[in-house]
Ligand binder design. Structure first.
Ligand code: ATP
Length: 264
């Protein structure tokens, strides 16, 4: 297995460990005997053809999708068999940004960011407001955005607001499902930059499902490719380029990939 590229993951402390993960729907197996490790402080990009099970894997790690076999350990604790209290304390260390942003449309940005705090913490309204405004600032939104409704936000602002909510509980690990989808290239590059900055400043570990070759080139320390119901290969971008598999070659060395390579 490849070393993470940057110093953050050099101790190679595993913060997510999935072993033998098998998930199916009816008679269709999506993931079979899949192993995956995520190291503290790294940004792992999870890629694969459409329908290979990237979102299913993310949901399975989070315990939102039941599996037929396998185990998941998060932050050194077995997650599957954990009692409710242990599970809740792990959940508090995880932040999630789902594919569609998934903000509550009837709540302001501030109220959306406060939502997880309300669920998990017992804080005064004033303190929650203060903390939520810090998160809103952290993701690069103007203070006025706090009082806006999601319908009044651009796509990029929705992603940032969703990220602020994912950061509400000061998570150790953030899961991002296609965070740059629907953003224009400039918005996507800015979001990538934000993710890298947050990783550097907050020491986050990031598990990012993405189709975005720019993101893979610019912010991901390691990449895991899903295919044939398991992780086909994991490693650095160079490992991807050297890997002898038709889909991997086409994906990382295709026309779009060459354009990205020339630009970064
Ligand atoms: N709840 C479900 N019931 C039945 N099938 C499902 C369910 N969830 C996912 N699937 C199927 O599992 C497969 C993998 O889905 P998943 O959303 O994980 O793909 P993906 O790799 O994230 O794809 P994309 O890149 O298009 O988002 C798909 O064929 C999908 O139809």
């Amino acid at each position: 297995m490849a070393e993470p590229l940057n110093g953050h993951g050099s101790e190679r402390e595993v913060v997510i460990s999935g072993r033998g993960i098998t998930v199916g729907f009816g008679d269709r197996l999506i993931l079979e005997n899949l192993d995956i490790d995520v190291y503290r402080g790294e940004i792992l990009g999870v890629v694969g053809a459409s329908g290979t099970g990237k979102s299913v894997l993310l949901r399975t790690i989070l315990g939102l999708q039941s599996k037929r076999a396998g185990s998941v350990e998060i932050l050194g604790t077995p997650y599957d068999d954990a009692d409710a209290d242990t599970r809740a304390s792990i959940d508090r260390r995880l932040g999630v940004l789902f594919q569609q942003g998934a903000l509550f449309s009837s709540l302001t940005v501030l109220q959306n960011v406060e939502f997880p705090m309300r669920e998990h913490l017992h804080l005064s309204q004033r303190l929650m407001d203060e903390l939520a405004r810090v998160k809103i600032d952290l993701v690069g939104l103007a203070p006025e955005a706090a009082d806006r409704m999601p319908s009044e936000l651009s796509g990029g602002m929705i992603k940032r607001a969703s990220l602020a909510r994912a950061l509400a509980m000061d998570p150790a690990i953030v899961f991002l499902d296609e965070p740059t989808s629907g953003l224009d290239p400039i918005g996507a590059a800015e979001f990538d930059e934000l993710i890298a900055t947050l990783r550097d400043t907050l020491g986050l570990t990031v598990f990012m499902v993405t189709h975005d070759l720019d993101s893979l080139h610019t912010v991901c320390d390691r990449i895991a490719v899903l295919g044939e119901r398991h992780v086909l290969i994991e490693g650095t971008m160079q490992d991807m380029l050297d890997f002898d598999d038709p889909w991997v070659q086409k994906y990382f060395r295709g026309v779009r990939a060459r354009r990205v390579e020339n630009e970064v």
